[in-house]
Design a protein around this ligand. Structure first.
Ligand code: ZN
Length: 782
């Protein structure tokens, strides 16, 4: 680099891509449905890009100095990087154009498959609820420099007078996130392709420079994991890779961003940044919300490399403590660093704009900062840092007033809730011995060996969704809606009886979402109207905001469960969402440890369980699909998390009598590495997603000596495919090879709400038939 353009004083690492009105979602879904052609999709995407640039400029980011990231993936930023590298797995090799590039249709084939070929796998992005498409890398995966879509965007924006900063996943993180392609030699490590990847990135940098980019952002959050952290040690792979990139002639200046924790060795905070600086990178970013502040020595070692300080939380919705952030920024500057202000991560994880909310409780908006408010916060902080505090006195004062108001607001601390959590003793977390529970429960329930059940929800048909919309907009009365729900429950209970299932469910027709439903019925939560956040592709969720002490004013699942139970002689499961999942899928208050908040939610659930028991419910399921989701990225931090999360589940469930059977349900990840936590939950029965992995988890559980009930999913509900009776029978047999029949339950992988009735009924029929046949052959030990 001859002359480095200076790095802007304020920036964000990324911005929500889906659009304030979910414009991108609508365009994508229209394109997939065939009602919008490729040109139409491109033009919708271009319009959204222009609006984003304009609105970020209005919020104070300069459109001409690389402050604004060009972060415009149509589906996923990791997939964009795969496309830019032309790194196609062999099964998709024919999709590449002559120069190795990947066109729009091919891009979506990677994301969604095409009937013949399965798509790339989706998995969680670090410890967030965003899912990326996993690169598949083998010894022969091609690496090209084919960043045509992104360079087209840079060029088009240049013509409009905007100089944006293109964003890609960096080479080390890209390979860390990859899995070995099927057919790669045993033990093949995608990172072994680092030199080829770096060569391709060098070509990409040249292409982006030619398109008019002054700065390029390479995201390397992989450096905050244990493995990535080791690679970032002095003289390691990260240093080597970035030295090569820095030596590329004619490249733009480089910002390497981290995010989601401390990059490198947590005992040497900032060392990884110094390593990147030594390699020749012009700017490095540190997450100062989740990560540690760089040590003085590391700051000095940055030399001329700019420190992009992520002091505004990209992952939560609370207003920034501007004074505290300014303190940090000033201290970094005093220690000798050249400092710019930024978010801790991309703003991908938060909704667009608090101003789009019209129905939040009155006290809440002033406490919140969604993406647009966070942009404004970075701009204010940069001004305060450059011009001194008096220049931003009004903003500082307003932020302080909001924080003070929040700290003292009624409902943030509720004495009755505190008295209860303070008084908890160890026996609130424990039940009687599991063997005795199993005995008295079986006396009460009289279930056959290999009992069959489902996970809770039944198909949410158009009719169910229309009824919910109708009661919301007032076109049917509450009484009519409740009658509709009772009819729906009646139908679902009859269907299960006809199918011959042993433990029934009510089907969850009253729930829009398994967390939001609880948030709506607990005190301390608020729901948003427009707070959509991308989960993957065009899929968005709308997390609730947990702002105050949590309690449950009155029983809310009991009426539905009791009604359902009144229709049948078979046992019917009460259905609740567990404390960890409620936290994981909400925006949670940041003013106390998560474990404390979890205990409050647990007590609210405990109250509901007591009411279910009083109403005669013999089985209660408490779903924890997100148990694995909040697991910290660093091994050293994991035990503490597992301790409080397991304790919260136990607090929720341990009030149950011994003859009440507690079930839990886990899905969405591999649980092999947290088996002892699953054991710690002490549930009587655990259903767990397993069909796609051919029941690997059963062997893990058996190896651990797990002794309570297990229901590994024997029907993969993630596609409309109907498993045959033989297929289910095969999975049952696999399960029986490692665990005794008396422990085994037969159930699908997860709830059925995304399925249609046609395939659901057929699949459940096969499941019940396979269980019955298996029952005849198992010899049950006494
Ligand atoms: Zn599930």
């Amino acid at each position: 680099m001859s002359t480095t353009p200076s790095f802007p004083a304020a920036t964000i690492l990324g911005y929500p891509r889906i659009g304030p009105q979910r414009e991108l979602k609508k365009a994508l879904e229209a394109y997939w449905a065939g009602s919008l052609d490729e040109a139409g999709l491109e033009s919708a995407a271009a319009q959204l890009q222009d609006r984003t640039v304009e609105s970020l400029a209005n919020l104070g980011l300069d459109a001409a100095d690389s402050s604004i990231p060009a972060d415009f993936a149509l589906y996923d930023q990791v997939l964009d990087t795969t496309a830019a590298l032309g790194a196609l797995p062999a099964r998709f090799a024919d999709l590449a154009a002559e120069d190795g590039s990947v066109g729009t249709a091919a891009y979506f084939t990677l994301a969604r498959g095409d009937g013949q070929r399965p798509p790339l796998e989706l998995t969680k992005w670090f410890d967030t609820n965003y899912h990326y498409l996993v690169p598949e890398i083998g010894p022969g995966t091609p690496f090209a420099a084919a960043v045509h879509r992104l360079s087209g965007i840079i060029r088009r924006q240049r013509e409009r007078g905007a100089v944006l900063r293109p964003v890609l996943v960096g080479p080390v993180t890209y390979l860390l996130l990859a899995k070995a392609e099927d057919g790669a030699p045993a033990g093949f490590d995608p990172l072994s392709r680092i030199d080829d990847a770096v060569a391709a990135y060098a070509g990409i940098l040249a292409e982006l420079a030619a398109a008019g980019a002054d700065w390029v952002q390479l995201d390397e959050p992989g450096l905050v994991t244990d493995r990535g952290g080791e690679l970032a040690a002095p003289g390691g792979l990260v240093e080597r890779a970035y030295r090569t990139l820095a030596d590329t002639a004619g490249r733009p200046a480089l910002l390497v961003s981290t995010g989601y924790g401390t990059a490198g060795d947590p005992a040497q905070p900032g060392q990884a940044l110094a390593v990147l600086a030594a390699a020749g990178v012009e700017a490095v970013h540190a997450d100062l919300v989740r990560g540690a502040r760089p040590a003085a020595g590391a700051l000095q070692a940055l030399g001329g490399t700019r420190l992009v300080a992520g002091v505004v939380d990209g992952r939560n919705v609370w207003r920034n403590d501007l004074l505290a952030s300014l303190d940090v920024l000033e201290q970094l500057r005093e220690a000798g660093a050249a400092v710019s202000v930024a978010t801790s991560t991309s703003l991908l994880h938060v909704p667009h704009d608090v101003a789009a909310e019209t129905a939040l409780p009155g006290h809440l908006p002033a406490w919140l900062a969604f993406a647009d408010q966070k942009v404004a916060e970075t701009v204010v902080l940069a001004r305060g840092l450059a011009e001194g505090r008096p220049a931003v006195a009004a903003e500082l004062q307003e932020a302080e007033a909001a924080l003070r108001h929040r700290a003292r607001f009624d409902g943030v601390v509720v004495p009755q809730v505190r008295t209860r959590t303070d008084a908890l003793t160890e026996d609130a977390f424990t039940r009687g011995p599991a063997e005795r529970r199993a005995e008295v429960q079986q006396q009460r329930l009289g279930l056959p060996v290999l009992p069959t059940t489902t996970i809770g929800s039944f198909p949410q048909t158009g009719e169910v969704r229309r009824a919910r919309a109708a009661v919301r907009n007032g076109s049917i009365s509450q009484a009519e809606y409740e009658q509709f729900l009772r009819d729906e429950i009646t139908r679902v209970v009859r269907l299960q009886e006809d199918l011959g299932l042993d433990v029934l469910v009510h089907g969850e027709p009253e729930r829009n979402d398994m967390v939001q439903y609880f948030a709506e019925n607990f005190d301390g939560f608020a729901a948003t109207e427009n707070g959509w956040v991308q989960s993957y592709g065009s899929r968005c969720t709308r997390p609730s905001i947990l702002w105050g002490d949590v309690s449950r004013p009155q029983a809310f699942t009991v009426p539905w469960i009791s009604f359902a139970q009144s229709l049948t002689d078979r046992p019917l499961k009460g259905m609740l969402t567990g404390p960890v999942t409620i936290l994981a899928w909400s925006f949670v208050r940041d003013d106390q440890p998560l474990g404390e908040t979890a205990n409050q939610v647990a007590l609210a659930l405990r109250d509901e369980i007591a009411d279910l028991e009083a109403a005669g419910t013999a089985i209660v399921q408490v779903d924890e699909p997100a148990l694995r989701e909040l697991l910290p990225l660093r091994a050293a931090d994991q035990q503490a998390y597992l301790d409080w999360s397991v304790r919260a589940f136990r607090l929720a469930t341990s009030g149950a009598a011994e003859q009440t059977q507690i079930h839990t349900h886990l899905c969405y990840s591999e649980f092999g590495e947290v088996i002892s936590a699953i054991d710690g939950l002490d549930a009587d029965v655990t259903s767990i997603e397993a069909a796609r992995s051919r029941l690997e988890v059963v062997a893990d559980l058996a190896g651990f000596g797990y002794s309570r009930g297990i229901g590994p999913g024997v029907y993969d509900i993630h596609s409309p495919r109907v498993p045959s009776e033989q297929e289910v029978a095969g999975l049952i047999e696999t399960a029986l090879a490692s665990i005794p029949a008396r422990q085994l339950w037969i159930n699908p992988d997860c709830g059925l709400k995304t399925r249609a009735y046609a395939e659901t009924v057929e699949s459940l029929r096969n499941l019940v038939a396979a269980a019955r046949t298996a029952r005849e052959t198992v010899s049950v030990e006494a």
